[in-house]
Design a binder for this molecule. Structure first.
Ligand code: KG4
Ligand code: ZN
Length: 380
């Protein structure tokens, strides 16, 4: 089953062609990161205009790279939430229009679910892509060699979400814990801004922290353990970094400065007070990684899962991957994470998730609207 996937929830415009929810034929991504870098974050009005300019060329180029035409496709999928309304609308409308024009089934995909399904993606070999493969009798347990196994524990860590989720079969999600304030990616972005490291913050903090050869930062930042729960909290950590910068230069008032001045002011205050930005970035990353890895190991053990999956932009972080791998090794539980390019927003993951929904007999009508606040469909 060949599907066209479309993703436009934030500042990336992407289209992909994927076979049987796993085998990648093409994935094209147009990123606006350079444009938003100037503002230190995504500006929604700018993002939706850029989406509009990119969407048709990106779809055309994915179809061309995959060497397929509309007659080869079995369906079309697009993200319908969560995300920025104006951005979501562009990809969703394009997908619905194509489904109508080409008379193909259409399905709207939950962006968070798609991040999880990035763990099913692999490069297509010509034989696997061409042959339909054996379809298991129960579509809810559709498994092929190389797929993650159920029950799986998913750590969903993106710019707006931090959730520990248990998955017993395709399309079934049980929430174990979530952040009570900032998401992990949001904390990376905010702290990068305080330290003057730029946008997006995650890769910038990771690069800066990696400069610390001995990996032992000279500062120790707090961890919110929230014991007895699988919940997280990162806003206190962000505030601790801010207080250190403010302490370094009593003349520094973050609230008085406008956003772009604030950004430079923080970096200047830190260096004025003799703070090491490298050590601060490393101490911050260590604190986030410590909490995420420890809670993931505890949940994996408590629920006797067969596999742990990392999903979302923060899953690109190498320090986090390595630490979770070390935590799980004594338990003999395998860890999966997508290649870096499939951790951040892409359409291949949309097409992958869509396959498993189509297999369950689901599809949407063409009046499906965007849902900017959509969450994972948790069972009680
Ligand atoms: O999943 P994603 O691309 O978009 C959302 O759906 O939110 O995640 C973006 C988030 C940003 O906060 C970004 O700073 C973070 O993922 N991120 C990282 C890394 N790469 C991206 N965080 C830590 N380390 C990274 N290498
Ligand atoms: Zn995302």
């Amino acid at each position: 089953m060949l599907l066209l996937g479309i993703e436009s929830s934030c500042d990336e415009t992407s289209a992909a062609v994927v076979s049987d929810g796993r085998f990648l034929l093409a994935n094209v991504v147009a990123s606006q990161a350079e444009i938003h870098e100037r503002y230190g974050g995504v500006v929604p009005e700018v993002a939706s205009r850029q989406q509009l300019a990119a969407i048709i060329p990106v779809i055309a180029s994915a179809m061309e790279q995959a060497n397929v035409n509309r007659h080869d496709l079995s369906g079309i999928a697009a993200t319908y939430g969560p995300g920025l309304a104006g951005s979501l609308l562009v990809g969703l409308t394009a997908a619905k229009a194509l489904a109508l024009a080409w008379n193909l089934p259409f399905i709207g995909i939950n962006h968070l679910e798609a991040h999880i399904y990035a763990n099913w993606i692999r490069q297509a070999e010509s034989s696997t892509a061409a042959s339909p493969g054996d379809q298991p009798a129960d579509p809810a347990l559709d498994w092929r060699e190389g797929d993650p196994r159920f029950p799986a524990l998913c750590l969903v860590i993106s710019g707006a979400h931090t959730e520990l989720v248990l998955m017993h079969r395709h399309g079934s999600y049980k929430l174990l814990g979530r952040t009570r304030d900032d998401a992990a990616g949001e904390a990376f972005d905010k702290v990068a801004r305080i330290l003057g490291l730029g946008y997006p913050g995650g890769p910038a903090i990771e690069r800066t922290a990696a400069k610390l050869r001995n990996m032992r930062p000279r500062y120790h930042l707090p961890r919110a353990w929230l014991r007895g729960t699988y919940d997280f909290s990162f806003s206190g950590l962000k505030t601790a970094v801010l207080h250190m910068v403010q302490g370094a230069d009593p003349g520094y008032h973050s609230t008085r400065a406008s956003s772009s001045q604030h950004w430079r002011a923080g970096a200047e205050a830190a260096s004025k007070g003799g703070l090491s930005i490298t050590d601060l970035a490393a101490a911050f990353q260590e604190s986030v990684v410590d909490v995420l890895a420890t809670k993931t190991r505890q949940a994996a053990e408590a629920y006797s899962v067969a596999h742990v999956l990392l999903a979302g932009g923060v899953a690109a972080n190498r320090a986090l991957r390595a630490r979770i791998e070390r935590e799980l090794q004594p338990l003999g539980i395998p860890l999966s994470y997508p290649p870096v390019e499939f951790c951040t927003d892409n359409a291949a993951m949309i097409a992958a998730a869509a396959y498993f929904h189509f297999r369950l007999g689901e599809q949407h009508r063409l009046d499906l609207d965007v849902q900017p606040n959509l969450s994972l469909p948790f069972a009680g």
